[in-house]
Ligand binder design. Structure first.
Ligand code: FEO
Ligand code: CA
Ligand code: CA
Ligand code: CA
Length: 630
């Protein structure tokens, strides 16, 4: 695969090209693949034992006389702007390359910055984020997931790094940004020179904690102890703890490693995570030998974790929490169970990978030490049946057939395969309803469903929460823990929505009955509940507005009502962006929304317009009457 075309394909597609999977596999279809839309909605999947429980795999939609949405739906569009409903406004807070100090130069559209300027500026590709109140200050912690080569190196004729400093600029655009923000009455902006402002980059020292810390697989020449690693990158979604720390989730960590030696031996364990001889065009091994797997084969074992950061202490060392497992972490949704134990729900975003749960052994009590809560606990993978029941399968050395819990926490995908977890349609964000013991997960899409196994060879039969072959639209699954206890071994589930296009299809690809020509979308990804119990859905999908996606426009954000099933479009992003990342100001009068990589294929100048470079940015959405917004 010539890397010059990587910007045109997704991470998953690149992984598949590098590590091709068999074209066909044999498996029994749990349900016939050609289920009609009516068949699904009418209950083809809902008879049997689950019907006796009084439920349906597809939610019943009571049509409420009134809705809980305090806005009018907006139509989709393909404009190069952020569109919100009448009575709301959206204003940019911070953009890729904005300096965090008054000494830093403003973003240079011609050069698009340098390694040095980028290291002191807001990172690229804003993703998961969280606002923290700290005394009278407001701190924003943000993931800067990755960079698009054609954008960050858009100053170069072919959109590729020419110099070592170009590579360094790309590297420094990754990681996290912590920045103080303030609203002076005319809108939110960053507070330059705040002592809380901080960049965490792929070079920042981290502490490795939990079962994998110190294991032989974690040891490198630079760190024989296996307990100190450098940096975090490809931080996708996030989480937040009740003790006020930020969780950044390492997703496509593999795409940064390469080999200077052709034909280097790559272990099956590294292959399961997509590590290969070629990186995805970032070129980090050129300036940093750590990323050369022929020299440092254990280095990839030190990435793929959840990182805990204290945003209130700019000198703190971030901690890699290996107890939460190693996979392509999307986000980490933290719940305090009724008994005080901490439960973390997590998705592994790759075709046919799994959904996970962590349960702490200790309990959370305000004021008590919290360090062990994400170090000492039990890890599980989800298994769904076709009738609306599921269970959590614990990953232990015994169940996984591994020598130690350290290995389980390093080779977590392989452990989950061993226990027979259910292969999913790319689990993205998980979100728990603060008003009810229920949890939602966006399954964004999976063109391999029913076609190919996952990277570990596990079959991907059509059925259960993944009911459509060659799933181009995605769905949102939700589950209710047994007895309302998030630590219970069993749960019941249904699909909150199957996305689709009812203007093009009349079969299952039309979507579930809470999707119509007014609210349709594809590829749900970001997912978060507001304090009122409304679930917000952000999309990272096909924005061609053509063929199967005709009429769906740019990526967008919608609100869903868990009770009625109603879904309504609230925001449409600019061209070629992904809408991802959502948080609120402490007074809930501002909603912050992330706009990632506008113009990833060259067709946007948002937010500045004219000939400006497109820049990932966070917008503040407020009501014109100043009211509460979530
Ligand atoms: Fe970074 Fe799975 O999205
Ligand atoms: Ca995502
Ligand atoms: Ca996505
Ligand atoms: Ca993206």
């Amino acid at each position: 695969m010539p890397d010059s075309t990587h910007d045109d394909i997704s991470f998953d597609e690149y992984d598949e090209l590098v590590n091709p999977k068999p074209d066909e596999c044999e498996f029994d279809r749990i349900v016939e693949s050609a289920i009609s839309r009516r068949g699904i909605l009418g209950g083809t999947l809902s008879f049997g034992a689950f019907a006796m429980l009084g439920g349906s795999v597809f939610a019943n939609r009571a049509h409420a006389a009134t809705d809980r949405f305090a806005f009018q739906a907006i139509p989709t569009n393909t404009a190069d702007t952020v569109t919100v409903p009448e009575g709301f406004r959206a204003e940019v807070v911070v953009r890729w390359g904005d300096p965090l100090s008054s000494a830093g130069a403003d973003f240079d559209h011609a050069s698009r910055g340098t390694g040095a300027s980028q290291a002191e500026a807001f990172g690229d590709n804003t993703d998961g984020m969280e606002v923290y109140a700290h005394g009278d200050k407001v701190l924003l912690a943000v993931n800067n997931e990755y960079t698009n080569r054609s954008i960050i190196w858009g100053n170069r004729p072919d959109g590729k790094a020419e110099t070592d400093d170009d590579v360094l600029k790309g590297k420094m655009a990754h990681g996290l940004t912590v920045v103080e923000i303030a609203n002076d009455g005319s809108g939110w902006s960053i507070v330059k020179d705040s002592p809380y402002n901080r960049r965490v980059t792929p070079d920042t020292e981290m502490e490795i904690t939990g079962p994998a810390a110190g294991h032989a697989l974690m040891q490198t020449a630079a760190d024989p102890s296996g307990t100190r690693s450098l940096g975090t990158w490809n931080n996708c979604g996030n989480g937040s703890t009740p003790w006020g720390t930020y969780l950044a989730c390492e997703e496509n960590f593999n795409g940064y490693f390469s080999s200077s030696v052709e034909g280097v031996d790559i272990s099956p364990e590294l292959k399961r995570y997509g590590v290969s001889e070629k990186d995805w065009g970032y070129g980090w091994a050129r300036i940093d030998e750590r990323f050369d797997i022929s020299k440092h084969p254990n280095e990839p074992n030190r990435a793929g974790y959840v990182v805990e950061l204290d945003p209130r202490d700019p000198n703190s060392t971030p901690k890699k929490r290996t107890a939460l497992g190693r996979f392509k972490h999307e986000n980490a949704e933290v719940v305090v169970n009724s008994d005080g134990r901490i439960v973390v729900y997590m998705g592994d975003d790759e075709r046919g990978e799994f959904l996970y749960r962590y349960v702490s052994n200790g309990v959370y009590a305000p004021g008590n030490p919290t360090d062990s809560l994400l170090e000492d606990g039990r890890l599980y993978a989800a298994q769904f049946d076709d009738r609306g029941l599921g269970r959590w399968l614990e990953l232990t050395p015994e169940s996984a057939g591994m020598a130690s819990m350290a290995e389980v926490c390093i080779h977590t995908r392989i452990a989950a395969s061993a226990v027979g977890a259910t292969t999913m349609d790319r689990p993205e964000w998980v979100a728990a309803n603060p008003r009810a013991p229920e949890v939602y997960c966006a399954l964004t899409n999976n063109k391999n469903r029913g076609i190919k196994p996952n990277a570990g060879g596990d079959l991907t039969p059509v059925g259960g929460p993944n009911p459509r072959e060659t799933n181009n639209y995605g769905q949102v699954v939700r589950w209710w823990p047994g007895g309302g206890d998030h630590t219970a071994d069993t749960f019941t589930w249904d699909l909150f929505v199957m996305a689709g296009n009812p203007t093009v299809h009349s079969d299952a690809n039309a979507g579930s009955d809470n999707v119509d020509d007014q609210n349709m979308f594809n590829s749900p990804d970001g997912l978060k509940f507001d304090s009122s119990g409304i679930v917000w859905i952000q999309t990272d999908g096909n924005y061609s507005n053509a063929d199967g996606f005709a009429g769906q426009g740019n990526n967008q954000m919608l609100a869903g009502d868990p009770v009625t099933g109603e879904i309504r479009r609230f925001l449409v992003g600019p061209k070629q962006c992904e809408v991802t990342g959502l948080t609120w100001s402490p007074d809930k009068r501002t909603m912050f929304v992330g706009i990632q990589h506008p113009g990833e294929r060259g067709d946007s100048h948002w937010p500045e317009g004219g000939d400006a470079a497109p820049r990932s940015a966070i917008v503040a959405v407020t009501r014109e009457d100043g009211g509460i917004i979530g």
